[in-house]
Design a protein around this ligand. Structure first.
Ligand code: FE
Ligand code: FE
Length: 162
């Protein structure tokens, strides 16, 4: 689809996000398994559940816009996940591994925050307030997850230093 209007651009971005979220649902169980602290494992598992709900919101958004919920491979997310995987194969102290996992996860959250923020604004701009609301709900979850990860990183590193 050629991008001819802001609404088309929005639909393209939603397709990218649908692909990104699907890739994340495959990566999160592996990240949970690699986590050495129970808290971090639980955080990844909780975000997996949230991510499934976010896919549901994207599907609702497509429906409102009258488009099929079709994903278009998100190369950005593929790259972020690929980079994160490199660490999983390395030998690391448990706390260091957790620090690496958190950093990888925060890169993913920041990508999502940027994409959902733009898509939310475009939905508002094209007069689709319901879609904007759905995207805002997910954006809030991603921002909260990012905040939680920062807090976990600080706690894990402090515990190790103690
Ligand atoms: Fe997400
Ligand atoms: Fe997320």
């Amino acid at each position: 689809m050629a991008v001819r209007s802001l609404e088309n651009l929005l639909v393209e971005e939603l397709r990218d996000l649908l692909s990104a979220e699907k890739q994340i649902t495959k990566a999160l169980p592996k990240m949970a398994k690699a986590a050495s602290t129970e808290e971090l494992r639980a955080a990844f598992e909780e975000h997996l559940t949230q991510t499934q709900g976010q896919i549901g919101r994207l599907e609702q958004a497509f429906e409102i816009l009258g488009h099929t919920a079709r994903a278009k491979k998100c190369l950005g997310m593929e790259g972020l996940i690929e980079e994160g995987k490199e660490h999983l194969e390395e030998e690391m102290e448990p706390a260091v591994m957790d620090a690496a996992l958190i950093a990888a996860a925060q890169k993913v959250e920041h990508y999502e925050i940027a994409s959902y923020g733009s898509a939310r604004t475009w939905a508002r701009d094209v007069g689709q307030p319901q879609v904007a609301e759905l995207l805002q709900a997910t954006l809030d979850e991603e921002a909260e997850t990012d905040r939680k990860l920062t807090e976990l990183a600080e706690r894990i590193v402090n515990r190790e230093a103690a």
